[in-house]
Design a binder for this molecule. Structure first.
Ligand code: ATP
Length: 236
């Protein structure tokens, strides 16, 4: 079942068109990849979907419902969470206060209930909840950033380069976590430069080049036809 449909998304920064007429979709209970070289438009695509940058054109459908006119806050309420590039935790704030930002707008009792669920799932996070987030390792911070996104109980998580700056072991741990997220039907749209992680997690992916979709389909096919290496080597 399709959770997210993006039709003809265009985002321009002044005269520079970063994303040009992108169409893609993501399915329930799966991780869908977005691949491409630096500057291909991956981050802008996620920000455009989440209403964080102005779209020049494009329709966004969530479970078939048109949410194009929704601002970011309304999209979060509708079940779309963004886990941004570089994790964007507040390093001086406690882990708990960072997590609570993910359940902003809910009553205190509901926030507590969601925190309890998070602590049940991530035992080590519970133990360290009063520590500043900046004290954690990169991999731990990524886990907390994902946990914060999950605090909004999303049906779709937009996840930007979770492997960035992490050790190989930490990348595999993030991969383990992403596999568990989809088990309850949650969809993940994953921007990644780490092809190994995409091959591990994603059945399908979209390859972006110069702000456009250069290829899309089963990851195995994209690798076999050379679409993935072309994108990274700038041949698309
Ligand atoms: P990376 O892997 O380097 O993050 P990306 O595929 O995510 O790359 P984007 O960050 O989406 O690419 O950038 C796409 C293009 O839009 C680039 O040419 C970039 O310089 C430009 N761009 C992105 N954000 C802005 C902005 N706020 N103002 C002007 N240009 C921007």
């Amino acid at each position: 079942m399709t959770v997210l449909t993006v039709e003809n998304l265009t985002v321009a920064f002044g005269p520079a068109v970063a994303v040009r007429g992108i169409s893609l979709h993501a399915e329930r209970g799966t991780v869908t990849g977005i691949l491409g070289a630096n500057g291909a438009g991956k981050t802008t695509t996620l920000l455009g979907i989440h209403g964080r940058v102005r779209r020049s054109s494009g329709r966004i459908l969530l479970d078939g419902q048109d949410v194009t006119g929704h601002d970011t806050a309304a999209l979060v309420r509708a079940g779309v969470a963004l886990c941004p590039e570089n994790r964007r935790l507040f390093p001086a704030m406690t882990i708990e206060d960072n997590l609570l930002l993910g359940a902003d707008g809910h009553g205190r009792r509901e926030q507590r209930r969601r925190l309890a669920g998070t602590y049940e799932r991530f035992g080590w996070v519970a133990e360290r909840r009063a520590e500043p987030a900046g004290r954690l390792s990169g991999g731990q911070q990524q886990t907390v950033a994902i946990a914060r996104a999950l605090m909004s109980r999303p049906r779709l998580v937009l996840l930007d380069e979770p492997s960035s700056g992490l050790s190989p072991v930490a990348v595999e741990e993030v991969g383990d976590l992403l596999e568990t997220i989809t088990l309850d039907g949650t969809a993940v749209l994953l921007v990644e430069q780490n092809v190994h992680l995409v091959r591990r997690l994603c059945r399908t992916a979209w390859v972006l080049a110069h702000g456009e979709v250069a290829a899309g389909g089963p990851v195995a096919d994209l690798v076999r036809t050379g679409a993935v290496s072309d994108a990274y080597l700038g041949r698309s």
